[in-house]
Design a protein around this ligand. Sequence first.
Ligand code: CU
Length: 153
Amino acid sequence: MASRVAVIGCLVVIAAVVMGAAADTYTVGDSLGWTVPPGGRIAYSVWADKQTFEVGDTLVFNWTGTHNVARVSTKAEFDNCTTTNLIGSIQTTSPANFTLESNVTHYYICTIDSHCSLGQKLEVTFGNGASPLAAGAFSVVLLALAVSLLSHM
Ligand SMILES: [Cu+2]
């Protein structure tokens, strides 16, 4: 009996860990922060390639000095550093948090002077990591297992 309780306890903990893993927070550029990168835009491409972004994750843009963060909707705007179709408002206070709310490529640029053309831009694409949906489904399976164990006690 006690072992069943322990098993159920473990399942609950595992479910909590899986649910927690479904939403991560990323500091854009890590120690570089959000700035005009010394080597051009490659800095943020390299940084983004190292991450496994998932819907529900949060990006935190940290900066000092004069910068901002604007989310643009198309690759053309991103490439040309134009802001004709902003999604939401331009964030002007650091740290600025953005949630990756859907499974589409997210584009962020700084609109100050020529910062964007100089490489202060970030493109976020989604990889093959477990989606929140998969994590949710896994949790439901664990819950069903726990309920089944309880009903046999
Ligand atoms: Cu800037």
